[in-house]
Design a protein around this ligand. Structure first.
Ligand SMILES: Cc1ncc(COP(=O)(O)O)c(C=O)c1O
Length: 422
């Protein structure tokens, strides 16, 4: 073997702390707020959220210990996951760039979402909850939480955006094999859902609506707690395991990225991969181009930076984020996990301050899936539709290097496989 194709770390080298970027942000992170009038949503948070996650949400502690029980769950879920050099793809593109991809597709349920699902289920179990409720868009988060709940002996209820629920029967079956109850959203089960369902039983739904349903369900049952798969600070915190591993693996390659790319909806995937590198940018003055790949269906990082609700029915506090407006009902796409009106407050602040670039691909998804096909045919892994956006962006950057002759190292995360999502 002439050139190294893969680097991994031993289980004993797996990071034992998550990285919390909040104390290193260029300015203080604006906190969640209530509307001036009406009932306080902030006061409701302890009833809606897992206590430990709420604590982590505004923590100023830079390094947060991963409890041994969660480290063990990570090992069970196949962590650490290798970093590959895409030598075949480089050759096929004829680019002087070096392409590296992280393999979050080696996941029991298909994506990076297990990294926070396991942590949240672990804490929920410790706090005595019996059931988790949640939303899901692509279905990857719902499957991850169903899996985590099953391993921890919890029940799980998933409100799944109808536009996707309707065509991923195998993913629904997998959630049910794990023991979860799965409902198409908007559903007649909740007030928030029923209001929309009664008007149109075939309503496509949106993540913002499904979040409202999951929240309402949890608020009405003291044994249940709501679990969110993206956007919030603690979710990104748990996902930093991806980038922390990747940094150690880059050391084994003897290389370091010039460009870091990943797809983004609410931000857990991009954040998990990029935040440990943003640490080097903010604290060590490293220069890295960060690109978030989006869909023109919801280019939230190109929206306005302002306070907005995280859900459709306005049950959450308002978060300062890049947003397209919480009442948006954007057109469904195959990579539906990216279709969310707002972006994580941490990443929104960094985008606002100019640390993150963004590209949004057309709704017909042809460009994205053509590039994903090139990847599949050279590297052999079938990406999730959302991950195809990371690949498209990495290939576009590699082709720019072909034109300029620049020998950049480009890192991208393949957040999931597409076996249940083709
Ligand atoms: C495979 C996959 N990748 C990426 C994403 C985007 O995740 P996030 O919105 O948390 O960035 C999703 C969301 O569902 C997904 O399923």
């Amino acid at each position: 073997m002439t050139e190294m194709r893969q680097a991994n770390i031993a289980l004993s080298e797996m990071p034992t702390q998550w990285y919390n970027i909040i104390p290193d942000l260029p300015e203080p992170l604006p906190p969640p707020i209530d509307l001036e009038a009406g009932q306080s949503r902030l006061a409701n948070l302890p009833k809606m959220m897992i206590g430990e996650c709420l604590k982590q949400e505004m923590s100023q502690e830079r390094w947060v210990d991963i409890p041994p029980g969660i480290q063990e769950l990570y090992a069970q879920a196949g962590r650490p996951r290798p970093l590959f050099r895409a030598l075949n793809l480089e050759k096929r593109l004829g680019t002087p760039a070096r392409l590296y991809y992280k393999s979050e597709f080696y996941s029991p349920t298909g994506s990076h979402k297990v990294n926070t699902a396991l942590a949240q289920a672990y804490y929920a179990k410790q706090e005595g909850f019996e059931r988790l409720t949640t939303e899901t868009g692509a279905g990857q988060w719902g499957t991850a939480l169903a899996y985590a709940a099953c391993l921890l002996g919890l029940k799980c209820t998933v409100y799944w955006v109808r536009a996707v629920y309707s065509w991923k029967a195998d993913r629904k079956a997998l959630m049910e094999f794990f023991g979860a109850e799965v409902l198409a959203s908007p559903s007649p089960r909740t007030k928030a859902g029923k209001a929309l369902y009664d008007k149109d039983p075939n309503h496509n739904g949106s993540l913002a609506i499904a979040i409202s349903e999951g929240l309402e369900d949890a608020l009405n049952d003291p044994a249940a707690v709501y679990s969110l798969g993206s956007v919030l600070n603690h979710v990104l915190l748990h996902q930093t395991i991806i980038g922390l591993e990747t940094k150690k693996q880059f050391e084994k390659f003897g290389d370091y990225p010039d460009t870091v790319i990943s797809c983004i909806g609410g931000g857990s995937n991009f954040g998990g991969f990029a935040i440990p590198f943003l640490h080097d940018v903010l604290r060590e003055g490293k220069k890295i181009k960060m690109i978030a790949a989006q869909s023109e269906s919801t280019p939230n990082l190109q929206g306005e930076y302002r306070y907005d609700f995280a859900d459709h029915a306005e049950m959450t506090p308002m978060l300062k984020m890049m947003t397209l407006g919480h009442k948006l009902e954007p057109p469904p796409i195959i990579g539906d996990g990216l279709r969310y009106h707002g972006c994580s407050p941490i990443l929104s602040l960094l985008r606002h301050k100019g640390y993150i670039d963004t590209v949004a691909y057309p709704i017909d998804e042809k460009h994205v899936f053509n590039h994903a096909m090139t990847f599949l045919q050279s590297e052999g892994f079938l990406p999730a539709p959302e991950s195809a956006y990371s690949i498209a962006c990495a290939i576009d950057e590699a082709l720019k290097c072909k034109e300029t002759g620049e020998k950049k190292a480009i890192a991208f995360n393949i957040s999931g496989h597409g076996f249940l999502d083709i």
